[in-house]
Design a protein around this ligand. Structure first.
Ligand SMILES: [Mn+2]
Length: 362
């Protein structure tokens, strides 16, 4: 596509997801592309709750290559998104949209029917950074390794300490921007720039396993200490119940902690140790978030998380799933409800005939 950009394009306007490492790395790859093409580069990081209002800036763009990464949109925003893009395209802009979320057919058709040859690449089996690398910078090894980093984070593989660290850095900077009422783009732009200039080694010292920026490293350690304290307190308030012979544990997720972080914390036997001794690993682990969302994980392969989640208007995989309890005020009362619903159904437990050999695999 490098040869098909119209001559009058003067810059790249990059719009990416602010919320996680995949969005930040996608933006870094887009910036490498802009540099390679000797085009000016501007950045806007956004999230779904402010996407439509942020997107209004698109209307006034002129002669820009608009590159949107790691963001999808739903039918509800279709008209407003289309009208902004139509404005921009009538001012000589072109659109490239790269995403890995599931799109409604109607939205795909609407984007593809825009003028000026829009590019829309959606794949759900990889992360957005990997799509950006393949579409924009296929021969660039820095983009390739950045995309691998985002993959580790997005798929929660946790094989790269650097990915874990950068994910926490993105979160801590986002929270800082909310608390200080600053634009997330202003707070996160230097990270995007550092990653795009020198790849991971621009921000991370592989030898010492620390961030190159000492102050940021200090802020990271404080942030992680705060997270641990919150998660330990949440674990202390856990509710356990044996249902159909399985140990079911519910833990309340404190504000500011992601379901992934909480789930990872609770699945590590190291964290289940307290002064009172060692908590056993639950067969079914349920997290209840502040807005009533439920996360399901298992410590035993005879448990089917997606079947449990189906009892709460959700679904997912046998090993992890999500559902919804709804707004609640009393955690213990909510737990009793959840335990009761699970007691009324046995489909979330695999029949015992094959469980012996499958259990040993986990
Ligand atoms: Mn993503």
């Amino acid at each position: 596509m490098t040869t098909t950009i119209a001559g009058k394009i003067t810059g790249v306007f990059s719009i990416s997801h602010e919320k996680d490492l995949d969005g930040i790395v996608s933006a870094a790859i887009v910036r490498r592309y802009a540099n390679k093409m000797r085009l000016a580069h501007s950045l806007m990081l956004t999230d779904y709750n402010v996407f439509e209002s942020d997107f209004s800036a698109v209307s006034s763009l002129k002669n820009m290559l608009i590159v949107i990464t790691d963001l999808g949109f739903n039918i509800k925003s279709l008209d407003s998104v289309l009208s902004r893009l139509n404005d921009a395209i009538s001012h000589g802009c072109r659109l490239v949209w790269l995403d890995h979320h599931t799109w409604p057919k109607q939205c795909i058709n609407a984007i593809m029917s825009l003028e000026n040859n829009p590019v829309l690449k959606i794949r759900t089996d990889v992360c957005a950074s990997e799509i950006a690398h393949r579409v924009l910078m296929p021969d660039d090894t820095v983009s390739e390794s950045l995309a691998a980093l985002a993959h580790d984070s997005d798929f929660n593989l946790r094989q790269s300490e650097a990915a874990n660290v950068l994910n926490d850095v993105v979160n801590l900077l986002r929270i800082f921007s909310i608390e200080k009422r600053q634009r997330s783009t202003d707070v996160l732009a230097s990270l995007v720039i550092a990653l795009s200039e020198n790849g991971l080694s621009g921000v991370w010292n592989e030898e010492t396993q620390r961030l190159r920026d000492d102050l940021l490293e200090k802020r990271l350690q404080n942030y992680r200490r705060g997270l641990l304290k919150k998660m330990r307190r949440a674990l202390e308030g856990h509710q356990d119940m044996e249902i159909h012979g399985k140990l079911v544990r519910i833990v309340e997720i404190p504000a500011g902690i992601s379901t992934t972080d909480m789930g990872n914390f609770l699945s590590d036997p190291e964290n289940l140790r307290s002064d009172g001794g060692q908590l056993s690993i639950a067969d079914l682990l349920i997290t209840l978030g502040p807005t009533g969302l439920l996360g399901f994980r298992r410590g035993n392969e005879s448990v089917l998380c997606h079947k449990a989640a189906q009892l709460f208007d959700g679904g997912g995989h046998p090993y992890a799933a999500g559902g919804e309890y709804g707004i609640y005020s009393d955690f213990e009362a909510a737990c009793s409800d959840i335990f009761y619903v699970l007691s009324t159904d046995k489909n979330w437990i695999q029949s015992s005939t094959s469980s012996d050999d499958s259990e040993s695999k986990e």
